[in-house]
Design a binder for this molecule. Sequence first.
Ligand code: SF4
Length: 473
Amino acid sequence: MDDDISSTENDEPPGSGWTYTHSPEVLYSVAPSSKDSLLKRHQQKLNKADRRSVYTGKFSFTVQTDTLKRACKSNPAAFAAGERSLYFRKEYFPDISDREWNDWRWQLANRIKDLAGLEKIIRLSEDERRAVDEYRGLLPVAITPYYASLLDRNDPLQPLRRTVVKSGEENRILQGEEADPLNEDGDSPVPGLVHRYPDRVLFLTTGFCSVYCRYCTRSRLVGNHGGEYGYNMQQWENAVAYIEQHREIRDVILSGGDPLTLPDSRIEWLLRRLRSIDHVEIIRIGSKVPAVLPQRITPALVRMLRRYHPLWMSLHFTHPDELTPETALACNRLADAGIPLGSQTVLLRGVNDSVEIMTRLNQGLLKCRVRPYYLYQCDPVQGSSHFRTTVDKGLEIIAGLRGHTTGYAVPHYVIDAPGGGGKIPLLPNYVENHDGATLVLKNYRGDLYRYPDPASPGRGIIQSGDLQREELR
Ligand code: SF4
């Protein structure tokens, strides 16, 4: 069965027995507007200086948020548009109006999901062609036209392309790799809810994502409608009832799949129910939508979300090429709604495994008002060996960030322990020696400093000013 999109934005709140039964074709209906040239429109909106600042290099950019906001305000069908999506659209969707391109449902209904679609937009390598053609298992290919605009047409090794186009390496399953490496199913008291840590739960809202990442830890359950993981109203009701009965739960994380691919009405139904539970203090939403379907972050969505504070978001980003004007506008809209934004990034070999790329990504995220939060060591999910780096590589990246850039740009590097042990933080070793009363520490440049350790035997309470720094070399 195809991985259907969920429903229209204006659907009634879900009723008993609701399930994913609609097909994309019947869901999208926006009257096409006159065939304006997007290039012309946006070049009128942005003055010369602003245009220069939107793209200053192949992918790098500085967003003039106010200019973009003004452009969108004066024309509700407008959205931010980076150079790559403008030219991609001109080449591959020349007859599509601004209104269609900027409608998230149009983006979902026109996802690239098969060999023929891929061959239209990129020159597939022999390996990619065979892998997509022979695909029969879990985790289908799906790429929004917007995200496809960021892919390199010729280079199968381009980082973003590797994360969304299937390769033959996915078929190689190594010892130690699992379909459910974090044993989430083992920690599910009711279907669709993972209760691992005492005070918080993971609420799996849907198996649908706008784009399927080839390294997905939940490849067993996303894009797999009709498989053993169903999502329906009764399941949501049962999960909400479990949360109501467990007063220790103060934090609910909505995840999936991607909750922001659900219609506003369904998201609001769930937020309202969770907000009505006294002991639920905060709600978090995990999503990759701002990176792969930024048009989804509509003014109507953020108006609705801001009614359910305290609401936090963890946004999935992989590479600085994702930080386009479109994504920056989506993040700004969420931040303007008072939603604290953190990022989650999976460390991937050949994609983002260098200090230089991680620095650009994390500094770019801060400009989009997103605080880099987690850097995950890639989970040993089946078929992911070509993406996994050594742990030393992750430590090297953290050492290359800490002290060399803004502290806010340094995420927590963690391994989600296989089997369900939870997140375990990893840090480079900054302690050179600890000889009882003195701690010898190494700073980000490798210089050594002594710290009189107040907890050591034989020392009194540390006095103000007692801390001495001594450069040893
Ligand atoms: S968006 Fe998240 S849940 Fe969906 S395929 Fe990517 S990693 Fe998996």
